[in-house]
Structure formats: structure tokens, C-alpha cells
Design a protein around this ligand. Structure first.
Ligand code: PGA
Ligand code: ZN
Length: 417
């Protein structure tokens, strides 16, 4: 047992220079710290990050109201801590009273403090002795959509996916080499390319939505040949950002094309077939469960993943499960608020054969807890990025976990359906 003695909250900054909240949880025998990330292309159904007054008001609320209520509770009982956070919030559906990012930072800092109190790493504390498999990293190489500027591709993310790697460090090596190669290709291809990168460390270039596919395919193939294992790739279409509700069309501004839902379905299917895509996230807008189900039925050997569609929300996931919409789910703890809520989504996904993909946010800190969550809860894929400090913090933590596990470490069992 380890009892909470105090919570210390402070304002820190994310990689965009935005203010965010960091919380320390001090227990009778340990300490944990976590800071909250922030999304740019957020799902409508995500919880609210802060209540009125932003980070400053949140700090005051933690000091005056939340810390005294949590003091004395057993940090080992994560569910009790998370339930208490819901109660202190007045059980609103979206954490509008204490703020989802406040709940996130307390929840994760508490888990870390409990692990630390027992002298364990977080992945060991949460996952036990048999948590020994490492996830495959999806790595963002080209940014478009809301994550880029100018005449960039309409699709938000082109993601390297080295799913043939035999170790995590090999997979990270592949992603780094693919990213570098793409930079070299873009330099040759686009006269205006100046080496600019997005928040997630992916390249920003004035190239066509479709040209970007050829660049990705060539880089992945070459690196796959050099390293002698399969390097595929995938996408985050982030289609809610393309969807124009009034017109009932997906607007590809760069490409100069508009697609209705039927066209979008055909387009996605063609891309999956032509480029052997192993992963497609949010191919349709966040309320179109039906098209997700249709694409899942028709696409072969590809994870069809819901991010804005599910927002780590078990109720929304269950809506998807009922009609087989997608076969994978993005897990972003701050979309739902607490670790226990996210674990519920992960476990529901796993029971129904959905692949949980633990993910960073475009606005992030050097917090590395998602590395531990992926290993602890046996999530076979992580979405972390390739370059940029806040991504490297998480990748290197997974490298450390693999190193620590030594010959007990193995890659996750991932079947791409
Ligand atoms: P974010 O988007 O900007 O909301 O973090 C990333 C994503 O859509 O996966
Ligand atoms: Zn997404």
C-alpha cells in the first residue's frame, strides 16, 4: 500500500509552446509525475481539457479542492483514484468541471507514484511479469492537413510502419532511415522544400497528396531492402478535417477534388490496394460508422483504425463493435480523461479483436508514460512519430524497456487483417 500525501501542480509547456498542466503525486513511499498533451485535430467527442480559467485556474483547483480530497487514499487503487476524480468533477460526461487534462495528469502521476512506491517500473506495476512484448511503432514522415501549412497534402499523416521488424530498436532504426530518405527525396522533388517539419517532426512539403504516396512507397521499399524486413506504411486521413457537412463532401483542397462518401470509400480502397497500406486511420468523418464498417469489410490486410471516431470512449467503441466498424482503435488517454477509462477501452477492444494503438498527440511534452502503457496492456502498435524531442522521449523509453527485458523481450503478436 502507498498512501497519497500531496499533489503538487505547476504550469509547464508543450512542444508548441502552449501552456499545459504537470502534476506530482507524492505518496508515503514514492513519487510520480505526469504532464498532459494537447491535440490539434481533436475529435468532437473528446473530453474538455480545462474548465474556465485554463491552466492557472486548474492549479488553484488542484491545490484547494482536489489535493485535500485525494490525500490519504491508496495510490495502488487506480480505479478508486479515477472514480474519485469523476466524483470531484460532479460526474459530468466530459470532465467539464475539473478538466480532462487535469484528470489525465493526476491519474497518470498517481499510477507512476504507485509503481515507484513499490520499486517497480510503471509497465511492470500495471502489466505484471508477463508484460514483455514490444509494440510496432507507426512513425509520421510527411505532414499534411491541419498539421501543415501552404500547399501540403490533404491527408494529415503518412506513417512508416515497419511491421516486419524483429526487435523494437530495429523498427525505430527503420523509421529513422525512412524519414531521412524521404527528406532527401523531397529535396530533389520540390523546389520550395526547405527542410521544415511539423509539430510531430514530420516533413512539411509542397507536394501533391498523391505524389506523397510514391515518395513513401519508395523510401519504405528501399529501407526494407537494406534492412531485410518488411517496412510498410499507412495513413491518418483525419477525414473529419476534410469533411464539409453542408456539401456532404470531403474537400481535398490541395488536390482540387471533392469526394462524396461513396467516392471516398472507393478512393480509400484503391489506395489500400495500390500501395498495400497496412494501416488507415480515420478514413471517414467521425460520425460515419457505416462507411468504416463497409471499408473494414472490403479492405484486406489493413488495420482500419478509429481515432476521432471512437475518442478512446468505450460507449462509442461499442457502437462500432456492433457493426464491425474498423478493426483498430487509437488510445489517447487525454481524450477520455483517466487511465482507468482508457484501460476499459483497451480491454473492450481486445475482447472484440480490435487492435489498440497507443498514441501521442501533436502537442506533447517529454512525458513518456505511453511507452509503459503500450507494454503493460499488450498493445501491439504505438503511434509516436520519428523525430523531435517529445517523440524521442517516448521512443527511447521503449528502447530502455526492451533493453531492460533483455532476452525476455519479444515483438508483439500483430496480425494485420
Ligand atoms: P492531434 O492529432 O493533433 O489531435 O493530436 C493527431 C491525430 O489525429 O492522430
Ligand atoms: Zn488521428
Amino acid at each position: 500500500m502507498s498512501f497519497i500525501e500531496d499533489l503538487i501542480a505547476r504550469k509547464v509547456f508543450n512542444n508548441r509552446g502552449e501552456e499545459t498542466i504537470e502534476v506530482d503525486v507524492v505518496t508515503t513511499s514514492g513519487f510520480g509525475r505526469a504532464s498532459a498533451p494537447a491535440g490539434k485535430s481533436r475529435g468532437k467527442a473528446e473530453v474538455m481539457y480545462y474548465s474556465q480559467g485554463g491552466v492557472d485556474a486548474a492549479i488553484k483547483k488542484i491545490e484547494d479542492f482536489i489535493a485535500p480530497e485525494l490525500a490519504g487514499l491508496n495510490a495502488d487503487s487506480q480505479e478508486e483514484i479515477d472514480e474519485t476524480l469523476h466524483e470531484l468533477d460532479g460526474c459530468s460526461k466530459n470532465f467539464k468541471n475539473i478538466g480532462g487534462n487535469v484528470a489525465f495528469a493526476i491519474s497518470l502521476a498517481n499510477a507512476e507514484a504507485a509503481a515507484n512506491s513499490h520499486g517497480l517500473f510503471l509497465f511492470q506495476f500495471l502489466g505484471g511479469n508477463s508484460a514483455t512484448s514490444l509494440p510496432y511503432p507507426l512513425g509520421n514522415c510527411i505532414s499534411g492537413g491541419q498539421h501543415a501549412y501552404g500547399k501540403s497534402p490533404d491527408i494529415q499523416e503518412y506513417l512508416a510502419f515497419p511491421h516486419g521488424a524483429e526487435t523494437f530498436i530495429e523498427a525505430v532504426t527503420a523509421n529513422a532511415q525512412i524519414h531521412k530518405k524521404i527528406g532527401d527525396f523531397l529535396k530533389k522533388k520540390s523546389g520550395t522544400f526547405n527542410g521544415g517539419k511539423s509539430d510531430e517532426g514530420a516533413w512539411i512539403a509542397n507536394i501533391d497528396t498523391v505524389d506523397a504516396f510514391d515518395v513513401m512507397a519508395k523510401a519504405c521499399e528501399e529501407v526494407g531492402n537494406e534492412l531485410d524486413f518488411e517496412c510498410g506504411f499507412g495513413l491518418d486521413v483525419a477525414a473529419s478535417s476534410l469533411w464539409n457537412e453542408k456539401e456532404g463532401k470531403y474537400v481535398y483542397a490541395n488536390e482540387g477534388v471533392k469526394r462524396d462518401s461513396g467516392d471516398q470509400l472507393e478512393f480509400m480502397k484503391e489506395l489500400i490496394e495500390k500501395y498495400h497500406l497496412a494501416y488507415v486511420e480515420d478514413p471517414f468523418h467521425e460520425d460515419d460508422f457505416k462507411s468504416f464498417a463497409e471499408l473494414t469489410r472490403r479492405a484486406k490486410n489493413c488495420l482500419i483504425c478509429g481515432d476521432d471516431l471512437f475518442t478512446t470512449n468505450t460507449e462509442r467503441l461499442n457502437n462500432g463493435i456492433r457493426i464491425n466498424a474498423g478493426n483498430a482503435i487509437i488510445i489517447k488517454v487525454n481524450q477520455i480523461g483517466t487511465l482507468s477509462d482508457a484501460v476499459k477501452a483497451i480491454e473492450t477492444a481486445q475482447r472484440h479483436g480490435y487492435v489498440p494503438v497507443v498514441s501521442h498527440r501533436s502537442g506533447d511534452t517529454c512525458d513518456w508514460h505511453i511507452a509503459h502503457l503500450a507494454v503493460a496492456y499488450r498493445c501491439p502498435v504505438v503511434k509516436i512519430g520519428v523525430m523531435e524531442g517529445t517523440r524521442i522521449a517516448k521512443l527511447n523509453e521503449l528502447v530502455r524497456i526492451e533493453h531492460f527485458l533483455g532476452n525476455r523481450a519479444k515483438m508483439a503478436d500483430l496480425k494485420i487483417r
